[in-house]
Write a protein that binds this ligand. Sequence first.
Ligand SMILES: Cc1cc2nc3c(=O)[nH]c(=O)nc-3n(C[C@H](O)[C@H](O)[C@H](O)COP(=O)(O)OP(=O)(O)OC[C@H]3O[C@@H](n4cnc5c(N)ncnc54)[C@H](O)[C@@H]3O)c2cc1C
Length: 439
Amino acid sequence: MPARANAAFDYDVAVVGGGPAGSSTASRLARHGRRVLVLERETFPRFHIGESLLPWSDEIFHAIGVEPKVAAAGFVHKWGATFFSADGEIEQYADFADALETPRPQTYQVPRHELDRLLLEHAASCGAEVQQDAQALEATFDESGVTLRYTAGGAERAARVAAIVDASGRVGFLARRFAERTYDPLLKNVAVHAWYEGIPRRTGRRAGDIRMVTRPDRGWFWLIPISETMTSVGVVLPKDVYAATGAKTLDASLDAYVAETPQAAALLANARRVSEVRFDADYSYESKQYAGDRWVIVGDAGAFLDPIFSTGVLLGMQGGIDAADALHAGLAANDLSRGRFAAYERAIGKRFRYFRRFAVGFYDPPFRDIFFQPSESSIRKAVISVLAGNWRPTFATRLRLAAFFGIVALQRYVGIAPRLNDFDPARKSAPVSQELAAE
Ligand SMILES: Cc1cc2nc3c(=O)[nH]c(=O)nc-3n(C[C@H](O)[C@H](O)[C@H](O)COP(=O)(O)OP(=O)(O)OC[C@H]3O[C@@H](n4cnc5c(N)ncnc54)[C@H](O)[C@@H]3O)c2cc1C
């Protein structure tokens, strides 16, 4: 059934969710001259996890015209990532200036309540109608359009639109109804996190590094400087490790994870917690489809990838741009049937799986052994370009990445580099490693 657009709509497109994915979709559509309604159930600013950006976000900010506002917002500048072994004896720096094919190596660490508000206000300034404290309730599809019921300021309303974008994050307003999620058996992790003051930083450019500390149980800590004084600290752990923790409260469990990870304990020795401790079951998932007749899914609503390489905001916002372009073309052609979105669906799945390979790798001992080897090679620079968010590597970079995974395979079967004692010997042949070997 080809879905037909017509002029009898209140808006061309309704976007459910005003996070980064919804804002980029709405900004792009409005800049294409489309009439857009954005519904956000919260009133911004609101807390959200996901505070470290990647350099390749820059071209997205540029594409929707928000780049000068982001640059002027006073966010901490991020130029790279530092990885530590649990005991702090091994330190590996990924400097984005070394990243192949990356036009601008500097990005930002962001309190998300500030970034998300800025992005949503930008969507409004582009011409989208943004309603906060407005929750989408139900979408009814028919031959000629979609009726969206929602509440705004306590009153129930309805809008008639040509198409709907689900940008509702992990809620999955349409995704849970139409697009079955498949959970990733290799990335069953949880996160416990809070904000701290009093954590020392390096000076100069490296003051803004994200710092990662690995743990023997395949977990890891993040330390993200989100303001002059504040640092976001979180630990990501395999679900089974977390389940085996005896601590009764989140506060006590976070304290215990810090205490048993020497490098994290050293960095937090004089730290003071200044927020509540929060928990996320951040299991990774993909959807079986990302679009249908008159609907498209963007961002976490469709797929969520483990936070190890901070890809969430980039994937969500780039998907938003792609979705907006596909919708704009579909509206122009008077055809919003699923077939119009085939290229979009392929692009989302491909980009997700490309980054997933690296995310899964980080939980695999041979990958970490090689990753922690000092090197100035172009293979390493290709890997750093992925960490910078390069989602469309050239053929030459793809070859280097293939070489990297070849070296990881050699490490697995032959052992060409020292094994990190970072891993508990009892876990050296843990199931993740075996499953990966079988992949
Ligand atoms: C532990 C952890 C650490 C992370 N770290 C990073 C990181 O360092 N860097 C990074 O880039 N990413 C990170 N992420 C991922 C990142 O948080 C997400 O990928 C990103 O927020 C996705 O954006 P989104 O717009 O799709 O969804 P969201 O940001 O979740 O926005 C969805 C919005 O939809 C609204 N909404 C939901 N339902 C409705 C409804 N019915 N009606 C109206 N509005 C609705 C919500 O209120 C919300 O504001 C992390 C994630 C986790 C769990």
